[in-house]
Design a binder for this molecule. Sequence first.
Ligand SMILES: Nc1nc2c(ncn2[C@@H]2O[C@H](COP(=O)(O)OP(=O)(O)OP(=O)(O)O)[C@@H](O)[C@H]2O)c(=O)[nH]1
Ligand SMILES: [Mg+2]
Length: 296
Amino acid sequence: MSERCGLVAIVGRANVGKSTLLNAILGQKLSITSRKPQTTRYQILGVHTAADTQFVFVDTPGWQRSPRNQLNRLMNRQVNQALRDVDCIVMLCDARGWTADDELVSRMVAQTGLPALLVLNKHDMLKRKAQLLPEIERLAASETHFAEFLPLCARTGNGVERLLEALGARMPERPHMFPSDQITDRSERFLAGEIVREKTMRYLGDELPYRTSVVIDDFTDEERLTRIIATVWVERDSQKPIVIGKSGELMKKIASDARRDLEQLLGRKVFLTVWVKTKRGWTDSTEALQAIGLGD
Ligand SMILES: Nc1nc2c(ncn2[C@@H]2O[C@H](COP(=O)(O)OP(=O)(O)OP(=O)(O)O)[C@@H](O)[C@H]2O)c(=O)[nH]1
Ligand SMILES: [Mg+2]
């Protein structure tokens, strides 16, 4: 049989579990996740090869209805780009209910005219499982451009096999784009920056994560370990002590959690140094956004 290979965009509003789903499919943590919205900033490819079929998933930032700064506009632009370049779309919503933002994303999906599936994620959170069927029926009647409606729990991976079956049938006959053991297009250096950013998302309060960014200043493989130097950028000097914490406690937690994940990812010992520096107004600075790989 000839090979199949297709690009699949994973889209949806913020926080519905897109990155968690990608990680569940790959059986490995690739894309960072958090309980806060707008965790994903960069489009990232996750490659899953099963026998003759290769799925190239594109994880995207959550769609934002009213982007407040250039960073947010660039994140939306990545969603638009992903929707243009793929063979098939997987849209995620929360099984607990359809929102106005879901409706907006759904319309964008319809406009592409591409084959699309709707995943009702977090079905473990439903108080009564009996709620699911009427919700699927209601959506199937109104959102008719979706070929299938699939309940799923990205956190446990329950339903992932069914999703892959549904997608497999829709992958075009085409040679594989990546070797079968490759899982992403991104470098270890990029992934290292994302892991540090994930920890800042997790440990900082509700507002500050959106004011911070991470740059890897050095990534050197040495004989026995990998030496990594990262800088967390904040927008104002007054934010620095918050990231560092009392006697550096918070920074220590961020760095030691990040190091643990990095050692797992790289399969090597890691020596990680994290600095905090101020870069004024970086969320609206074209130059600063380019420096972290956003914008052209
Ligand atoms: N209970 C439950 N929680 C889930 C499930 N899938 C994801 N989550 C949680 O939902 C939160 C958001 O998950 P993410 O994967 O970061 O969501 P996302 O859609 O990628 O979010 P953005 O990148 O911010 O758009 C995290 O706390 C996940 O652990 C699920 O199936 N069940
Ligand atoms: Mg995400």
